[in-house]
Design a protein around this ligand. Structure first.
Ligand code: GDP
Ligand code: MG
Length: 163
């Protein structure tokens, strides 16, 4: 049976890029505009010999009660509810932002395995961000580059440990 994975985190950290990489097709919309994935998307994929069902989410802002934002928030909560494992994704180039912390506080109480991904780790500039990521309190971050396909073996190992 496929492991169900929710890819969550604030907008623009590379969730849809990772989703696309693991699905292997251009299913999710990748866009520089934050929050462009309005609804959660499901697709089958794999990493190595492990079958996955992937859930891409919009990445909510913590602020207004605006309909779109509350809808995005609901979609993320629903994805977390549905998943076996949560991939909490941050941008290692940006380091830990206030929105990452708000997000971390929201998922902290979830009684499911949470793997912290430090994405955009393909360059040396991101080393500081990977270090900062420890402070989110989800243990050792897994540095990856969704765009360049780096760190996938470590992600695989983390999923094996979590499942
Ligand atoms: P989402 O909003 O979290 O779904 O983020 P997207 O997947 O839409 O990516 C946001 C931006 O980050 C896009 O311009 C991607 O090309 C870029 N991006 C995603 N992954 C990486 C990565 O590993 N390295 C770099 N440098 N850029 C990335
Ligand atoms: Mg997206």
């Amino acid at each position: 049976m496929a492991l169900k994975i929710a890819i969550v985190g604030r907008p623009n950290v590379g969730k849809s890029t990772l989703f696309n990489r693991l699905v292997g097709k251009r299913l999710a919309l990748v866009d520089d505009r934050p929050g462009v994935t309005r609804d959660r998307r499901y697709a089958d994929g794999n990493i190595g010999d492990m079958d996955l069902t992937l859930i891409d989410t919009a990445g909510y802002e913590d602020v207004s009660d605006d309909t779109l934002e509350s809808r995005m928030r609901e979609q993320t909560e629903a994805a977390i509810e549905d998943a076996d494992v949560i991939l909490f994704t941050m941008d290692a180039r940006d380091g830990v932002t206030q929105l990452d912390r708000i997000f971390a506080d929201r998922i902290r109480g979830v009684h499911k395995p949470i793997i912290l991904l430090a994405n955009k780790s393909e360059s040396r500039e991101s080393m500081g961000g990977v270090g900062e990521a420890y402070s989110l309190g989800f243990g050792e971050p897994v540095p990856i580059s969704a765009e360049h396909g780096e760190g996938m073996a470590d992600l695989y190992q983390a999923l094996v440990r979590a499942s």
